[in-house]
Design a protein around this ligand. Sequence first.
Ligand code: NDP
Length: 465
Amino acid sequence: MTSEIGLIGLGTMGAALALNIAEKGFDIAVWNRTTQVTRDFHADAGDLAAKITPTDSLGDLVAAIKQPRAIILMVPAGEAVDAQIEALRPLLGPDDLIIDAGNANFHDTNRRARESTGPIMGIGVSGGEEGARHGPSIMGGGKREYWDRVSHILMAISAKYEGTPCATWMGEEGAGHFVKAVHNGIEYADMQMIAEVYGILRDGMGYGAPAIADVFDRWNNGPLRSYLVEISGKVAGTTDAATGKPLLDVIVDAAGQKGTGRWTVIEAQHLAAPIPAIEAAVVARNLSSQRDARAAGEALFGPAPRAMADGTLSIEALEQAMIGGKILCYAQGFAMISAASDAFGWALPLPEIAQVWREGCIIRSDMLNDMASALSDDPGRNLMFAPYFAEHLKNCHEALRQVVAQAALHGLPAPALGSGLTYFDAMRTHRGTANMIQGQRDYFGWHGFARLDDGTTGQHGPWAQ
Ligand code: NDP
């Protein structure tokens, strides 16, 4: 009984997390469903092996951890988590804490917290394998007292932004997994906007992959500096060893997904929180997988015009459009978090969320630091209205408009950038068009409308009921 913490599931993430925990000086006991994996993991752990206790059974794992115990689950979300909790709980004491660190749907985490006979938490961990090994961003959910019991370990293993740990308690029950889901939704939109600009450069402006790599590399030294822009430059600049062609040119144009973007969109609809750029990104992934239908469409309608005349768009306009799209996408994501905070009674800490995303996670970027400042000034205000970002938007929305318009004119799909622009235009239009919808609803369903002139509600038009 010497280990400070236990971990179940030595897959990609679990193994990296266990090594990170050991490296930060904590003794850890580990168990994996397939025992050989545990043995191989321990054998390959090098100097860290001394901090790691490999175990062959759940009973041995439990026996190896100091009381009250804390055990991290890093297994696939869903049934595997429920099965693991069911197998583990009878072996645990009443104060022992189970920490589900996989990508659970936050509704499952809510349910587990309510049904659990003992302490349980759900934490979102972002940053992929590299992050898990050397410092992820960690979004904690569950009772505050449970977080306090393990926060010294979670903060020690997390990424640091100028020395500040990227690990925070978000709120009760599934709050951590909810914030992680929105993170992933934003990640989808960030990636999609980069892919859209890549498409404009490739098909509209005739750039080859190496030239596109140069553009992303340059942008990564400016306001768009971020992990995703950085790796996009690296991906575009990579040559395929087998063919000598740019690697991008041999990768099938059908994007995979594990569901967290979809969960975010579904939840946004339940909350009536508008996140059109994120929705567009999820739709784009779904469309990308319909390759046969797209081939049939191209055969039927002919390819879109695509190639732009020289000087139609500049690289600077594309950069400005990306800046605008990114601000609008994050504004939507944070507004959704704010809506959930109210709906679920969570008091989600918006500035701290921006802070823990500054390092370690996939969407880390310089801009998140400015977002953290803007949200600290006024967490309840839409990010696009914060003075710093409003100024940016004033400067770049025309470029965004140019890029979206030219993309449309040349048949180049740009759904996330276009949805960002639509959101911007809707949010700057006081007198919208829903008066027509209210008129229609009253006409066919006698639903009533409010009058602009005297403020009365429940009014009807002169049509028959
Ligand atoms: P892997 O597939 O690499 O590993 C899965 C692990 O879970 C293995 O140790 C496997 O054991 C174990 N396992 C699988 N099914 C069961 C089961 N029914 N009961 C007990 N153990 C089981 O997955 P990852 O490490 O990539 O992902 C783990 C979690 O982390 C997931 O929820 C994922 O969504 C999340 N995540 C992943 C990220 C990534 O970049 N990969 C990033 C952030 C979160 P065995 O060796 O016996 O098969």
